[in-house]
Design a protein around this ligand. Structure first.
Ligand code: FAD
Length: 321
């Protein structure tokens, strides 16, 4: 079985979920080829090779500096035709999902997204994903022609750390870079802060934090744990915080080691995005709040008092006081 793992980079750095893809590929065995597209892809390909990427294909071009799904699809489609993989693995991030839905339509193979486990049955890959808010697990196999496109949910597989690989630099036809859309600049709205999909610790705020004026208090708690600031949809819809922080059914699916839900009631649409977190701590002034049903540690109290107290404690611990 031939597997192609499509790594992603942002601002010239590999997304850490790229290394999780390599581990996902290893879980089914087969012949692994990894792929990285960037303005200067060679150093990134070297990193992938050293982390178990197998044969690593590097494509460098000025038009690959930023993610442009139109161009990425054309470049990868050409490489799929050359390497003819049976399975193409990608990251279930916003970029990854945009890329893979276009790729599967363009290459004519089926796609399954947000996969948390891969198994093999009769020599073919079967992808396992959860449905209906995590109450059903479905196993999805492929039928018909074309490669099987699968996006892997971040933070499920561990990162692959070792393995030797070889790097192959490839070029594709100039026509692949002809696109109707040009990405001239990407401005990160949360520059300098940790993203919720990459974080090991997430501190999330809900309507119970009362107003946007209290979010710096939440950010300080997140910073004290080197974590990211998450949010419920209620406060995103209220315009307190950008959508990129939203956790849940219509936000991001996260799987950190520690998730702290502060002033969040625990609606099912929020839970489906975070319920697989390692340890869940909830702070809520209502002792019957549904979030406490899934919390490992429940703190009943006012967020305005609990959050500063926790921040003070964590900062003191860090200083060794
Ligand atoms: C199709 C659909 C998709 C959705 N997608 C998402 C999604 O992706 N993510 C998401 O989060 N939601 C989503 N929702 C919305 C979801 O149903 C809830 O409305 C939302 O999660 C509620 O946010 P909340 O917990 O912050 O607010 P609330 O439900 O209003 O809860 C606030 C909580 O704060 C507590 N509280 C109040 N004051 C304090 C205080 N001083 N100290 C401590 N606690 C306090 C209250 O007891 C309460 O439990 C979706 C809904 C639909 C219909």
């Amino acid at each position: 079985m031939k597997i192609l793992a499509v790594a992603l980079q942002k601002e010239g750095k590999l997304a850490s979920a790229s290394f999780e893809l390599l581990q996902a590929a290893k879980s089914v065995g087969g012949e692994l080829t990894s792929l990285i597209l960037a303005e200067n892809a060679k150093p990134l390909a070297d990193e992938l090779a050293a982390r178990g990427g197998g044969k690593v294909v590097a494509v460098s071009h000025p038009d690959l500096k930023f993610f442009n799904d139109e161009i990425h699809v054309k470049v990868i489609k050409e490489l799929i035709a050359k390497y003819s993989p049976d399975v193409v693995l990608g990251i279930a991030s916003f970029y990854g999902k945009a890329l893979f839905s276009r790729l599967s339509a363009s290459c004519g193979g089926p796609m399954v997204s947000d996969v948390s486990q891969l198994t093999v049955s009769d020599g073919a890959v079967v992808a396992v994903r959860s449905n209906y808010g995590g109450s059903v697990l479905s196993s999805v196999g492929k039928s018909g022609d074309g490669p099987f496109f699968i996006t892997i949910r971040p933070k499920i597989f561990p990162e692959s750390n070792d393995g030797a690989g070889e790097v192959v630099e490839e070029t594709v036809a100039d026509s692949a870079y002809e696109a109707k859309m040009t990405v001239k600049e990407v401005k990160s709205e949360s520059a300098g802060t940790v993203s919720v999909t990459e974080a090991d610790v997430i501190v999330s705020a809900g309507r119970g934090v009362k107003g946007p004026e209290n979010l710096p208090m939440m950010q300080e708690l997140a910073n004290s744990l080197s974590g990211a600031l998450g949010a419920s949809r209620a406060i995103v819809d209220a315009g307190w915080i950008p959508y990129s922080h939203q956790v849940g059914q219509t936000g991001k699916t996260v799987n950190p080691k520690l998730y702290m839900a502060v002033g969040i009631s625990g609606a099912i649409q929020h839970l489906v995005g975070m319920q697989t977190s390692g340890t869940i701590v909830a702070v809520n002034k209502d002792k019957d709040a549904p979030i406490f049903n899934i919390a490992n540690y429940s703190i009943v109290g006012d967020a305005m008092e609990i959050v500063p107290a926790l921040t003070k404690k964590f900062k003191a611990e860090l200083k060794g006081e």
